[in-house]
Design a protein around this ligand. Structure first.
Ligand code: ZN
Length: 222
């Protein structure tokens, strides 16, 4: 059955003889993303992932999935982002092991994708597990651990649990201050997130915590 994958609007780039079509498409998707053309980058990534299904190496399949998943999220394909991150998680876990940094980053991405479509409880449970696995395997100061912890803080904050969010951020700030230098981008990320308000957009799909959200006037009148 012929593929229904939409072709990117730009021509496929010429590639060197040692480069496979899948690798060329992966590189082109990444280049388009760097240039800021996310829609074209996404289409190239879909094309790359399709090419990487057919007899290519596990590394190429993993790289293609790693380019596609964030682009699906960035371009608003929320349901496909879940599928793409699950695919990426499966590939990274099979190729590298469940506690490898790339597998943990993939699972963190999957948690974010779940939260975006309102599967908030699952997102928080999965991300909490990513955090504890990362801390045990890579240490509390590892980038993968700190990123999971700050992401967990964001999830709790956006899902209406600011107290738990603040606790996560205090732990992250303590670890960052102890292990990271002043100019470390991760240390800045922790303090930046601490200043960010909860996402207004998430409220429309949130299914986890609502008691601390403002009560609508209409329900008071009921
Ligand atoms: Zn939520």
């Amino acid at each position: 059955m012929p593929t229904r994958t939409p072709m990117p609007r730009t021509r496929q780039p010429a590639h060197e003889t040692h480069q496979t079509p899948a690798r060329a498409a992966i590189d082109h998707a990444a280049a388009r993303q760097t240039l800021g053309d996310l829609t074209d980058a996404y289409l190239w990534a879909v094309y790359a992932r399709t090419l990487a299904h057919h007899g290519t190496s596990a590394a190429e399949q993993l790289d293609a999935a790693e380019v596609l998943a964030p682009l699906a999220a960035l371009t608003g394909h929320t349901d496909q982002a879940v599928t793409a991150y699950r695919d990426l998680t499966d590939l990274a876990t099979a190729a590298l092991g469940a506690s490898h940094e790339r597998a943990l980053h993939a699972r963190a991405g999957l948690a974010a994708a779940h939260q975006r479509i309102g599967r908030c409880g699952q997102a928080i449970r999965d991300l909490a597990d990513v955090y504890t696995t990362a801390e045990r395997r890579h240490g509390p100061e590892a980038p993968v651990t700190l990123k999971a912890l700050t992401q967990l803080a964001c999830l709790y904050r956006d899902c209406g649990s600011p107290d738990i969010s603040q606790r996560c951020l205090r732990v992250a700030a303590t670890i960052a201050a102890r292990y990271l230098t002043n100019g470390d981008p991760l240390r800045s990320l922790v303090s930046d997130i601490a200043r960010m308000p909860a996402s207004e957009n998430h409220r429309a799909v949130c299914t986890q915590f609502t008691p601390s959200l403002p009560v609508p006037v209409t329900s008071l009148a009921a």
